[in-house]
Design a protein around this ligand. Sequence first.
Ligand SMILES: Cc1cc2nc3c(=O)[nH]c(=O)nc-3n(C[C@H](O)[C@H](O)[C@H](O)COP(=O)(O)OP(=O)(O)OC[C@H]3O[C@@H](n4cnc5c(N)ncnc54)[C@H](O)[C@@H]3O)c2cc1C
Length: 301
Amino acid sequence: MMAAEQTPAWRGEMHYDEPMGRHNTWRTGGRARRYYQPADIDDLCVFLAWLETEEPLLWLGLGSNLLVRDGGFPGTVISTFNVLSELDWLEDTVLRTGAGVTCSKVARTAAKAGLVGAEFLAGIPGTMGGALAMNAGAFGGETWPLVRAVKTVDRQGHLRQRTPADFRVAYRSVEGPQDEWFVSADLEMEFGNAQAAQADIRDLLARRSATQPTQQPSCGSVFRNPPGEHAARLIESAGLKGRAIGGARVSEKHANFIINTGTATASDLESLIVLIQETVDRQHGIRLQTEVRIVGERVQS
Ligand SMILES: Cc1cc2nc3c(=O)[nH]c(=O)nc-3n(C[C@H](O)[C@H](O)[C@H](O)COP(=O)(O)OP(=O)(O)OC[C@H]3O[C@@H](n4cnc5c(N)ncnc54)[C@H](O)[C@@H]3O)c2cc1C
């Protein structure tokens, strides 16, 4: 059940006991104890300062890389999509983007302006906050090489300007100051040809729909590629394409994707993840690491 609360301290929307299946691309998972959509950046800072210091926090973009266990998230989810929505040119080649702006909007905005370097973001179905947290990448491009600076917010609601030197960035991994989250990023690109950049985006999107099950609920690639290997190849050669547990099934189109066929619980998805890890380990001697972020509590039996 959801209920709205009004307090004088903050102006955003609070929902209690919010089903997280509404907020992720796997379309399943448990409930969040509290789900907060700030009214704007100032309100976000007021809200953070108001929160208890021990409150578990989960920052949420579009939930395209997130599995919330069936027992739910025992804290507060902060939703940034459509809230941290700034998109401004600081210079001819530098775009400031809020964390809640979609990757595809950033890619299209840059390409239309005749800048190159951000085209790969076009098919990543998340926000820039998620892309910064994950160092999202595709087709040879990655998020952080574009970053000149980021703005973060901490638990007390203080904003800070930071540079890439403050973060340790690697393949799908970003480590930075603890308890700080992304509010915006300044992305620097290069001058190029607008028509060519837009054609590249169309080409990348066509390649995605030819090779990935983009019309079915998934979180994209479940596992990181091990050094010098492809997780999809290891999974396929272990004979796991089409393997199912409950409503979760390894995609026939791309073996590193797990599909929710309609009735998957978070537990079905996690059990299939573990089955894949164990089978690939047994057959290839490689322990696959998840790219998807798994949060929350298991259902108590
Ligand atoms: C069909 C499909 C295709 C995909 N293809 C790709 C691909 O090619 N390349 C790729 O890299 N990924 C891909 N993904 C995965 C996903 O889209 C990316 O990881 C994306 O960057 C996640 O963004 P999000 O806004 O959905 O983040 P969420 O799933 O909402 O969150 C992901 C993580 O980021 C954290 N986070 C979110 N916002 C913030 C913030 N403002 N500050 C700090 N932390 C934050 C969350 O707490 C969580 O830990 C794909 C997913 C799907 C469903």
